[in-house]
Design a protein around this ligand. Structure first.
Ligand code: GTP
Ligand code: MG
Ligand code: NA
Length: 343
């Protein structure tokens, strides 16, 4: 990096909340994809990862602030399931992320898995923004595609504004019952301990640009140290998968550092430590969900933060949620194996 310029990695943002609050649909709206409609029963059952390069974020937010300075290379967003049976996956997501979006359905208030999610985030001291989603379902709501909420709000009848405020205040009270102060983000100038609430619609895209910009600016402002790039690899296994033409692969999230083709790695396995060499590194296309079958881009090396598919021999017994480590040329192999099994 040039002098005076921070060398930052992309922040990892987890999207969490009760089932069907619209987490995947919000991501679809940003990506311009249709992942949610392809899910069995409309339910997310795996952790997802999507990389948003800075240029896409700049494009999507240009009407808000033409010269928003983006210091991070992008944003890696982790989608999590909201169904009650996937607590382990929510826990994994909250362990990986630097910040989070907690999605609340404006029509249904705070639900059990939303409260569970906020407790997971609190335990890990992860700050989050609340997306108060589905505002378009308010009776009589007039949609303005992709508009900032203040602009949309001026178009609404007083009845609609009244209902919005009533529901917003109810959610604020429910957060208060959980011991958390929250405020509509446009009224929350300080962005300190008080949690920002951003009203959104995943259907009409209202307030989505604001949400994106808020995430990036907030992470740049408050997490520089955490986001500073380091050489040491920090990487977590998400899932073991069989991919046609690739054999056994593992989906990982590389938080920091660089992985190279040919790196000697060690992973915790159900039958002991797995030591193997990276045969190929595959990344999903930018703005595409890693968990959806598609084409992947082969890479010689990948810098964090990024979601990656790794193909290597012997990975079938790798355990999800554990660390993937690189064994350097001067490192003791037995020591590395021992460390891998401590996860
Ligand atoms: P899980 O991952 O299964 O927990 O659900 P989710 O939170 O990802 O919600 P999902 O994206 O699957 O959306 C659930 C349903 O709500 C779908 O039918 C969406 O079309 C609908 N939906 C999501 N966001 C909005 C919104 O802003 N407005 C309206 N009207 N419907 C929405
Ligand atoms: Mg989902
Ligand atoms: Na769903």
């Amino acid at each position: 990096a040039k002098e005076g310029e921070e060398n930052l990695r992309s922040p990892i943002c987890c999207i969490m909340g009760h089932v069907d609050t619209g987490k995947t649909k919000l991501l679809d709206c940003i990506r311009g994809t249709n992942v949610q409609e392809g899910e069995a029963g409309g339910i997310t059952q795996q952790i997802g990862a999507t990389y948003f390069p800075a240029e896409n974020i700049r494009e999507r937010t240009k009407e808000l602030n033409a010269n928003a300075k983006l210091k991070v290379p992008g944003l890696l967003v982790i989608d999590t399931p909201g169904h009650e049976s996937f607590t382990n996956l929510r826990s994994m997501g909250s362990n990986l992320c630097d910040l989070a979006i907690l999605v609340v359905d404006i029509m249904h208030d705070l639900k059990p898995q939303t409260i569970e999610s906020l407790n997971l985030l609190r335990r890990r001291n992860v700050k989050f923004i609340v997306a108060l989603n589905k505002v378009d379902l308010l009776y009589g709501w007039k949609r303005i595609t992709n508009a900032p909420i203040m602009k949309t709000m001026m178009q609404q009848t007083s009845d609609v504004v009244h209902e919005f405020k009533m529901r917003l205040n109810r959610v604020i009270n429910q957060f208060q019952e959980q011991g958390l102060n929250s405020k509509l983000y446009s009224e929350n100038i300080e962005m300190g301990e008080t949690i920002n609430i951003v009203p959104t619609s995943a259907i009409s895209g209202e307030e989505i640009p604001d949400l994106l910009l808020l995430l990036v600016q907030w992470s740049q402002k408050t997490m520089v140290e955490k986001l500073t790039y380091v050489d040491k690899v920090q990487c977590t296994v998400l899932e073991v998968k069989v991919i046609e033409g690739q054999g056994i692969t593992v989906d990982v999230v590389l938080v920091n550092g660089v992985l190279h083709e040919g790196d000697l790695i060690v992973v915790c396995g159900s039958q002991g430590p797995i030591v193997t060499t990276i045969r190929s590194l595959l990344t999903p296309h930018p703005m595409k969900e890693m968990r959806v079958k598609g084409t992947y881009l082969p890479q010689r090396e990948v810098k964090g933060a990024q979601g990656i598919k790794i193909a290597a021999q012997g990975l079938e017994h790798a355990i999800a949620g554990t660390a993937l480590r690189v064994i350097g040329p001067n490192e003791d192999l037995e020591e590395a194996k021992k460390k891998a099994m401590e996860d």
